[in-house]
Design a protein around this ligand. Structure first.
Ligand SMILES: Nc1ncnc2c1ncn2[C@@H]1O[C@H](COP(=O)(O)OP(=O)(O)OP(=O)(O)O)[C@@H](O)[C@H]1O
Ligand SMILES: [Mg+2]
Length: 329
C-alpha cells in the first residue's frame, strides 16, 4: 500500500475569543498549522493579530476557546515546557535595552537552567547562523543597526531551539531595502525552515510569499483562511476583495510559481541556449522582473530540470489558464 503523506497539526486553535472590557479584540478565531508550515496573520492595525499571537503562548489568557500545541492544551502546560516549545519574536523587536546582545539571547536558556558553557556555545552558534559578527555580543541593542537588532531578536527566539516560533511583524522596523534582503535570507535560513511558524504582518506581499496559509483578520474576526491563491483568486467576501484590490495584478504573479504553470505550458522543447534559467519555485513576478531587466527586449526563459524554453508571452498564456483553474476550483 502506498503510504498517505500525513502532516500532523502542531498548532490547533479552536473558537478563540478575547475581550478587553466591552471591546472584542479577537472573535471566534480557529485555525491549525501543520508541522513545518507557516500561517500568516494578516490585517490592518488593531484587527487583533498581536492579541491572537499572545494567546498562543499565554502572554494573554483567552476568554474562550482552546489552543493545543503538539496535542496538549497550552493552559495545562507548565510555563517551562511552553518556553521550551515556543519561541517569540516581539513586535518592535523588544530587546532589553540594559542587557547586552549575549544577555538578551541567553534569557530563555537561563530560565531553563542551562550551564554557562552551554549558553555561551549556543550564543556563538546563533551569532554565526544569523551572520552577526562576534564582537556584537558585548554591545547593547542601541549600539546596533535596525537589521542587526532584528537578527538578535530572531536569535533570542531560536535560543532554546523550540519547534514553534511566533513572529510579530519581524521585519516591521526595517527600511524597505534591508527588509526585502532580510526577508529573503530568512526564507533560506535552515534553522527556521522546518519550524512551525505563526507570523504577523500587514504587508500583503510578505504574506503571500511566506505563508502556506493566510488568515486575513478584520475587527477581531478571521475574514478568510486559506492558501494565498485562495484569498487572491477566490475572495470570500467584499472585505477580502477590497483588501487585495490595490495590488491585485502583482499579487497574482507573486502567488503563481513556474511549477504551478508547468502543466499549462506550451513551448519549444529542449535546449537552453542563451536562456534565463529559473528554478520551478520561482514566482512569475520574479521571472517578469528579471526578464524585463535583462538585455534584449524578450529574453528566452528556461526552467531548471524541465525540457522547455519559451518567452514571456507564452508564460502569460499559461498564466491565464492557471488563473481560470484557480478562480473556479
Ligand atoms: N491590553 C489591552 N487593553 C485594552 N485594549 C487592548 C489591549 N490590547 C489590545 N487592545 C485592543 O485590541 C485591538 C486589537 O489589538 P492588537 O494589538 O491585537 O492589534 P494588531 O492587529 O496587532 O494591530 P497592529 O497592526 O497595530 O499591531 C486594538 O483595538 C487594541 O486597542
Ligand atoms: Mg500588533
Amino acid at each position: 500500500m502506498v503510504p498517505i503523506p500525513y502532516l500532523s497539526n502542531v498548532i490547533e486553535v479552536q473558537n478563540l475569543s478575547k475581550s478587553f472590557d466591552a471591546f472584542t479584540a479577537v472573535d471566534d478565531a480557529s485555525f491549525s498549522v501543520p508541522e513545518g508550515e507557516t500561517l500568516v496573520l494578516l490585517g490592518t492595525s488593531g484587527s487583533g493579530k498581536t492579541t491572537t499571537l499572545k494567546m498562543l503562548n499565554r502572554l494573554i489568557e483567552p476568554d474562550q476557546g482552546t489552543i493545543r500545541i503538539n496535542g496538549q492544551e497550552v493552559k495545562s502546560q507548565p510555563p517551562e515546557q511552553l518556553r521550551r516549545q515556543v519561541g517569540y519574536v516581539i513586535q518592535h523587536i523588544g530587546l532589553f535595552p540594559h542587557y547586552t546582545v549575549a544577555q538578551n539571547i541567553a534569557i530563555v536558556p537561563q530560565l531553563l537552567g542551562w550551564s554557562a558553557e552551554q549558553i555561551q556555545a549556543r550564543t556563538d552558534e546563533l551569532m554565526a547562523l544569523l551572520k552577526l559578527p562576534d564582537e556584537l555580543e558585548a554591545r547593547k541593542p542601541e549600539e546596533l543597526s535596525g537589521g542587526q537588532q532584528q537578527r538578535v531578536g530572531l536569535a533570542r527566539a531560536l535560543a532554546a531551539d523550540p519547534p514553534v516560533i511566533l513572529l510579530d511583524e519581524p521585519f516591521g522596523a526595517l527600511d524597505p531595502i534591508t527588509r526585502s534582503q532580510i526577508v529573503n535570507e530568512f526564507k533560506e535560513l535552515e534553522a527556521l525552515k522546518y519550524k512551525t511558524k505563526v507570523m504577523v504582518t500587514h504587508d500583503v506581499h510578505e504574506a503571500v510569499s511566506m505563508g502556506h496559509q493566510i488568515a486575513l483578520m478584520d475587527q477581531g474576526r478571521i475574514q478568510q483562511l486559506g492558501a494565498p491563491q485562495d484569498l487572491v483568486f477566490r475572495p470570500q467576501n467584499d472585505f477580502v476583495r477590497r483588501f487585495f484590490a490595490g495590488q491585485l495584478f502583482r499579487l497574482e504573479l507573486e502567488v503563481a510559481t513556474l511549477g504551478d504553470l508547468w502543466p499549462f505550458l506550451n513551448g519549444v522543447k529542449g535546449g537552453e541556449l542563451q536562456a534565463l534559467r529559473f528554478e520551478s519555485t520561482a514566482t512569475l513576478w520574479q521571472v517578469m522582473q528579471k526578464a524585463s531587466a535583462a538585455t534584449g527586449s524578450d529574453p528566452l526563459i528556461a526552467i531548471a530540470g524541465k525540457d522547455w524554453r519559451g518567452d514571456q508571452s507564452q508564460l502569460m498564456v499559461a498564466f491565464q489558464r492557471l488563473k481560470n483553474k484557480w478562480s473556479r476550483s
